[in-house]
Design a protein around this ligand. Structure first.
Ligand code: FES
Length: 147
């Protein structure tokens, strides 16, 4: 119930802000690393929305996770400029390489490195440009991923 208490505090602090749902969801994910499913009914009740509406927003935005992330989050750019220079192959390589690992793979739609694709980001901190499958493997090896 500690989780719901924290969620309630976050909701209460932002409830009166216009369009409160998105900032609330962002803060919940910042706090927990994902949106705990049990928080959805509470958010809906407090904002006077249906559960389906809240769930719809969570699933619409790729940014929101519905399960706790792995030890690291690897985001591969799937937007057009990166796709045009090998991003698709990189995303597939990443999917195969990280399957069953303790890392989370997520798509992202532009990291601002469009002229230096394919691009990826690790843990919302480190950006990497011109990522080939070989470079990807070296980056993952450096993270010490469990297989
Ligand atoms: S399209 Fe990939 S960084 Fe912009």
């Amino acid at each position: 119930m500690e989780t719901l208490g924290a969620v309630l505090r976050i909701v209460a602090a932002k409830q009166t802000v216009p369009g409160a749902l998105l900032p609330i969801l962002h803060e919940i994910q910042e706090e927990f690393g994902y949106i705990p499913p049990e928080s959805v009914p509470l958010i809906a009740r407090e904002l006077n929305l249906s559960r389906a509406e809240v769930h719809g927003v969570i699933t619409y935005y790729h940014h929101f996770r519905q399960a706790p992330p792995g030890r690291h989050v690897v985001r591969v750019c799937c937007a057009e400029a990166c796709q045009a220079v090998g991003g698709e192959a990189l995303a597939e390589h990443a999917r195969v390489r990280l399957e069953g690992s303790d890392l989370t793979l997520e798509p992202v739609y532009c990291l601002g490195l469009c002229a230096m694709g394919p691009a990826l980001q690790i843990d919302e901190r480190t950006l990497h440009a011109h990522v080939t499958p070989e470079k990807f493997d070296a980056l993952i090896d450096a993270l010490g991923a469990d297989r």
